[in-house]
Design a binder for this molecule. Structure first.
Ligand SMILES: [Zn+2]
Length: 375
């Protein structure tokens, strides 16, 4: 009995110690979460859009690229999106990018406006209110449909002069693309409007000045109205622009949203030119790799790769005359349209919150998921 009492005492003491430990443990957990709360830094968000990139375009990397393990294998969460617009089953890039930038489906040809042509708030505008800076990189002119949907609001994508005239009103801080000519217009010089808003305009090189001030914004515009094809001497435009953007945002010491478009994958699709398409995919893969390398090192950066729609009805099939499977080692790249197609397109995500992007959903959900990454 006595012994029993003693052991109950021991048990009680142990229970007390356990309670004490668990209380102090709880307290320290609370302290930790308070510290985490205080130190919360909104994640950087890099959205890469392979314009016209369907699953066959992505697959082409495996058969026509040099890497055994393309960077796309580093993504941890994969999804598919339905890309239809409010007006058509098959979207154009204006409505496709507006779905991403504003979370609303709109009609083909629209830029940053809803089906009623009323302007909708876009991601850079909404995140600027939360302390973010935003940047845009495109391998075409900045006034082209996809990048324009992240700064402009107009019902007609073809009026690139009007789209250019709206850039200085947006909260974008970093740009690297083509389109110089669209800003020098008969009635106004919109490069001067950009300078008035604190932009340093550079048409000769992609380089962040050493003496850049925190209030400076940067726009690199190639003098031609489009960025050359990879096959015609683009060089390292995409990765240089990416490195410059990262250097700019790190100097600014602010969380950032960066949209990078691999613009000409789509143009290869429209041209039904497999070599053009594949060389653009390989260029896009390099900037995806750079983004993943940065995100991995940084630890607080989310990388999302997706596409606004598939273009060209591109397939990687065997020779159509072969019914014996004997030529199934020869891939024949074929196209079924010079327009876009209705195929679902891939979404790949890496970094904190990447799990949000898994599943099959609508293009507009990309907007919701991106905003959901920010507290
Ligand atoms: Zn297109």
């Amino acid at each position: 009995m006595k012994q029993r009492n003693q052991s109950s005492k021991i048990i009680l003491t142990l229970a007390g110690l356990f309670l004490l430990f668990s209380c102090s443990h709880q307290r320290s957990e609370k302290d930790d979460s308070a510290t985490v709360q205080k130190e919360y830094k909104a994640p950087n968000i890099i959205l890469l859009i392979g314009d016209g990139m369907g699953l066959s375009q992505l697959s082409a990397i495996y058969y026509f690229g040099e890497k055994e393990e393309p960077s796309f294998e580093r993504f941890t969460h994969i999804g598919l999106i339905n890309t239809s617009s409010s007006s058509h089953k098959i979207t154009d890039s204006g409505a496709g990018a507006t779905a991403f930038s504003t979370g609303k489906r709109t009609f083909n040809g629209a830029i940053g406006v809803g089906p009623d042509s009323v302007p909708l708030a876009n991601i850079p505008e909404l995140l600027f209110a939360k302390g973010y800076l935003s940047g845009l990189i495109a391998t075409c002119q900045i006034t082209h449909a996809t990048p324009a949907a992240f700064f402009a609001h107009y019902p007609d994508r073809n009026n690139e002069l009007i789209l250019a005239s709206q850039l200085h009103r947006s909260p974008i801080h970093f740009i690297a693309a083509a389109g110089y000519g669209y800003f020098i217009q008969e009635t106004a010089n919109y490069l001067d409007s950009l300078r008035d808003k604190g932009f340093i305009v550079d048409t000769s090189q992609i380089k962040v000045p050493d003496d850049i001030r925190p209030t400076d914004r940067l726009i690199f515009l190639t003098e031609k109205n489009t960025v050359p094809k990879v096959s015609e001497g683009r060089g390292d435009f995409s990765t240089s622009a990416f490195e410059a953007a990262i250097s700019y945002f790190q100097k600014a010491e602010r969380s950032f949203f960066l949209m990078i478009e691999g613009s000409q994958i789509d143009w290869g699709g429209h041209d039904n030119d497999a070599d053009y398409l594949i060389s653009e995919m390989l260029d896009f893969e390099k900037v995806v790799e750079a983004a993943l390398d940065f995100a991995e090192k940084d630890g607080n950066t989310v990388v999302v790769v997706t596409s606004d729609h598939e273009a060209g009805g591109f397939t990687l099939g065997a020779n159509e005359k072969d019914t014996s499977y004997s030529s199934h080692d020869n891939i024949v790249a074929t196209f079924s349209t010079t327009g876009h197609s209705a195929s679902l397109v891939p979404v790949m995500a890496f970094g904190p919150g990447a799990e949000r992007f898994a599943g099959i959903y609508n293009n507009t959900d990309i907007f919701e998921k991106i905003l959901g990454l920010v507290k």
